[in-house]
Design a protein around this ligand. Structure first.
Ligand SMILES: Cc1cc2nc3c(=O)[nH]c(=O)nc-3n(C[C@H](O)[C@H](O)[C@H](O)COP(=O)(O)OP(=O)(O)OC[C@H]3O[C@@H](n4cnc5c(N)ncnc54)[C@H](O)[C@@H]3O)c2cc1C
Length: 514
């Protein structure tokens, strides 16, 4: 007989685990079924280069989780299961070819001083936007934490109108629709200040000229001064292990090496699942899918997958691809400006136009000459990740083609392109190659081998462009984390409020089931 629980969660990404942990604590019986041999999806820490060097293979910055609803609800439980965050007073900077560094510190006065030192004429605008963050943030964060569309979202909008007036709300809408180039051109003159903000758009698929990129870039750039950045002590996997610990403490189960092959639908309602090998499980209340929606129709009975409202999930589009390079070093990079040494992230774009070109090349299937590099230096704040005196470097190569126009596969192209990236890094950190003790490259072809949700090497769980965002995420008719099938819910980066380790979509689904 099939095992029966209240809620089955398919996939143990941070959102699936978050939903399961919150539901388990509320008294529901939960079962998480994970295809891989370990939980966590795009959150995974491994000694991938050499023993003693702990690399976050994918997500490293846990700021979204730290400030999100799951940590607020389960913080004490997670801490009991060993979850510990390491803060950084110097979250990120941009490094430029002329050796200048523009850094954001977890201290608005220090950051303003950094801006004024490079671009005195932009100091006032920086200060005004920092103040603006104070009045906008509660409304923006409220919106990002509300189901979409929902009464709560409408109430948040109503409160914004009450607090900010019509003009203030229009300014917020403008922010939500603006590109990073139009926003930064409106406020700043120095290309380095503009690049500092535009590089955050490149973390998603918001190249400088893509409408909708300014909001996330604004929150990250200016929020960095207030919230800093946090990473997980000994690695991001600590967060995953703690979530699993909480689920098990409250009676739930996380089962790995259990790929779900079929979702049962009885009388229009999701009633259970079948895993590879044929084992069957029954869900009394709900099935929550942490699976990329583009992959979901294949799990459903064919007659249901063919229904237009379900089949449209196949059209859910990926963002561009990402390559990860992990380096084990015998010393920190010798940056052309030593100030860069202290920051958790060093962004190397370098300028807004370079980022725009990178995006255009990637869209056309060409390898960008100067991809945007996000260089993570976790051992600056968490030395426990490497043997004493040694370091790990986390290099995210952003905005790469999903497929290559010259017909090569990513498996063919990655080794030479990784060398090209190292050549670029050498320009900013001369002698870097001489410090490398071990390395690992995860190309866009490798990403889905680790996690099927990372379709074609898209790290975002689907493009975040306006046509797939807000109440349209993932696809029309699947808002509020519901699907056209009763009892079948969705969470994860592909759903509102999008990618990142915030856990919010898992929390929103848990909320609607308790
Ligand atoms: C290279 C990279 C760097 C990143 N850096 C950051 C960062 O620094 N900070 C940040 O906030 N975010 C970052 N992100 C984004 C963030 O990691 C993801 O958005 C987030 O972890 C996705 O979580 P999720 O809940 O959508 O689930 P996923 O991580 O996508 O996990 C889903 C799980 O479901 C499993 N699954 C899928 N199908 C099935 C099935 N049929 N049966 C059983 N199991 C199944 C998969 O194996 C997987 O384990 C990064 C992502 C990548 C790839």
């Amino acid at each position: 007989m099939a095992t029966a629980v209240d809620v089955i969660v398919i996939g143990s990404g941070v959102n699936g685990l978050s939903a399961a942990a919150l539901l388990a604590k509320s008294g529901k019986s939960v079962l998480v079924l994970e295809a891989n041999d370990r939980p966590g999806g795009a959150v995974r820490t491994e000694q991938i280069t050499l023993p003693g060097f702990h690399h976050d293979l994918f997500a490293m910055n846990l700021g979204l989780f730290a400030g999100g609803p799951v940590n607020a609800a389960l913080g004490a439980d997670l801490a009991r299961h060993g979850f510990e965050l390491v803060p950084s007073a110097k979250p990120f900077c941009s490094l430029f070819p002329d050796g200048s560094v523009l850094g954001v510190q977890a201290d608005p006065a220090a950051t303003l001083a950094n801006v004024i030192a490079l671009a005195p004429q932009d100091g006032l605008a920086w200060q005004c936007l920092t103040e603006q963050l104070g009045s906008w943030a509660p409304h923006l964060i409220g919106m990002l934490g509300a189901d979409m569309p929902s009464v709560k979202a409408a109430k948040t909008l109503y409160k914004a109108r009450k607090d900010l007036g019509n003009d203030g709300v229009y300014e917020l809408v403008k922010l939500a629709l603006a590109s990073t180039r139009s926003f930064t051109d409106q406020h700043f003159t120095d290309p380095r200040v503009k690049a500092l903000m535009a590089s955050w758009g490149m973390h998603l698929d918001f190249a400088p000229d893509v409408p909708g990129g300014a909001m996330f870039a604004f929150l990250e750039t200016f929020g960095g001064q207030l919230f800093g950045m946090v990473i997980g002590k000994h690695g991001a996997a600590g967060m995953i292990n703690a979530l699993v610990g909480v689920i098990e403490e409250y009676g739930g189960t996380v089962r790995t090496s259990a790929p779900v092959e079929h979702i049962d639908v009885t009388n229009g309602r999701a009633t259970g699942v079948r895993i590879a090998g044929g084992e069957q499980f029954t869900a009394r209340k709900a099935v929550i899918s942490n699976v990329n929606p583009a992959l979901m129709p294949a799990l459903l009975p064919p007659e249901i997958a063919a229904r237009p409202a379900v089949a449209r999930a196949r059209q859910f589009q990926p963002g561009l691809a990402t390559m990860m390079m992990h380096l084990a070093l015998d010393a920190q990079p010798d940056w052309i400006n030593p100030q860069a040494k202290d920051y958790n992230y060093v962004h190397i774009g370098p300028y807004v136009d370079d980022m725009a070109m990178t995006y255009a090349h990637a869209q056309a299937g060409r390898l960008p000459d100067h991809p945007t590099l996000v260089v993570g230096q976790p051992t600056v704040t968490d030395p426990s990740r490497a043997p004493e005196g040694k370091h790990v470097l986390w290099v995210q190569v952003r905005m790469l083609p999903l497929t290559l126009a010259d017909g090569r596969t990513w498996d063919d192209a990655a080794p030479a392109y990784a060398e090209h990236v190292l050549d670029l890094l050498e320009q900013y950190a001369p002698g870097l190659r001489g410090h490398i003790l071990g390395s690992a490259v995860l190309s866009p072809a490798d990403l889905p081998r680790y996690n099927v949700n990372l379709v074609q090497g898209d790290s975002l769980g689907g493009s975040h462009h306006p046509a797939q965002f807000f109440f349209l995420r993932p696809v029309p008719g699947w808002g509020r984390h519901r699907t056209p099938i009763d009892g079948l819910y969705v969470c994860g980066a592909s759903t509102w409020p999008g990618g990142g380790v915030g856990g919010t979509s898992g929390a929103l689904v848990a909320d609607s089931l308790t």
